[in-house]
Design a protein around this ligand. Structure first.
Ligand code: NAP
Length: 288
């Protein structure tokens, strides 16, 4: 029940209408018996103005999504070293000081480790994409000392990401290959892991995939960061070939779990949050 004591958490971003974070977070608060509520804020001011207003209004914490993950950073009193390195904050805690964190990196690694059945250190991963999600994954893999191959439609973005990771982490086992069927296929054939960090395959274009099934091999673990639908064409192709898989939906839930733990210090109910995420996606329409 909402009361005068209820703590407010939320999400800022734009667009934000299709977010399932309120369902995932509020289900967790109910189970944890927290006097708290989570809502979406589609802001029309600057990220700095939003952060300052939330702080003054007594909001307890916010998640940050596209396009504000970098823009919020100068408005914070302190930024966790990992978030600083990645250059993106997706979780803000309002206390005496305003602190920023990045839970996308550890969430992506947790989901990938689960799919892989082991750590990523010493393996080779091909990442398709070089946007915000690819950054989180690439910094996570560099931290775990996994060889990285990046392939992106806009080649210059892949090269910039490679150069930035080399400079900031001193991890040099990173190469870039052109986003063409042949080059990408060659990279996948010498990889243990394939990660789709593009929006290809996302609803409503659910019949698209970044590769054809013949580029996959059974020793590969395939992760798709797209979570809507939870079973993308790429993941179906991978299962058909006998690959292990890791889902974007579990990454989404793990970053929410970590946010709750940062905000409250409590242990979030992971299984309940996963089933709530699946239920929320099903409710958007019969084709999910
Ligand atoms: P972003 O920063 O806008 O980057 C989009 C990426 O997708 C870029 O690399 C872009 O290539 C590529 N791309 C877009 N359309 C393409 C196409 N038709 N063919 C080939 N490449 C294409 O977005 P983002 O934040 O990284 O998000 C990417 C995906 O990850 C989205 O589906 C998002 O929902 C998902 N995601 C999931 C989670 C999770 O928790 N599971 C978290 C964050 C994001 P160019 O550089 O050439 O434009």
């Amino acid at each position: 029940m909402i009361a005068s004591t209820t703590r407010v958490y939320g999400l800022i971003g734009n667009p934000i209408e299709h977010s399932i974070s309120p369902q995932i977070q509020n289900a967790a608060y109910g189970q944890m018996k927290l006097d708290a509520v989570y809502v979406c804020f589609k802001i029309s001011c600057s990220a700095a103005q939003a952060v300052s207003s939330f702080h003054r209004l007594g909001v307890s914490g916010i998640n940050v999504t596209i396009p504000y993950k970098t823009e919020v950073m100068p408005a914070l009193d302190e930024v966790d070293p990992l978030a600083e390195q990645v250059g993106a904050v997706n979780t803000i805690k309002f206390a005496e000081r305003v602190s920023g964190y990045n839970t996308d990196v550890s969430a992506s690694m947790r989901s990938l480790r689960e799919g892989l059945g082991t750590g990523t250190g010493g393996k080779t991963a091909t990442i398709v994409g070089a946007g915000g999600a690819a950054r989180a994954v690439a910094f996570g893999l560099a931290k775990e000392r996994c060889g990285i191959i990046i392939s992106n439609r806009t080649a210059s973005r892949a090269s910039s990401l490679r150069d930035e990771i080399r400079e900031k982490t001193a991890w040099t086992d990173i190469e870039v290959v052109p986003y063409s069927t042949g080059e990408l296929g060659g990279a996948i054939s010498r990889s243990d892991i394939l990660i789709n960090a593009t929006s290809v395959g996302m609803h409503p274009k659910t019949d698209e995939s970044v590769v054809t099934a013949d580029a996959l091999h059974p020793e590969l673990t395939v992760m798709d960061l797209v979570y809507n639908p939870p079973q993308t064409k790429l993941l179906r192709q991978a299962k058909g070939v006998g690959c292990r898989t890791a889902s974007g939906l579990s990454m989404l839930v793990y970053q929410a779990v970590e946010s709750i733990e940062i905000w409250t210090g409590g242990k979030a109910p992971v299984d309940l949050m996963l089933s709530e995420a699946r239920r929320a996606l099903r409710e958007f329409g019969p084709d999910r």
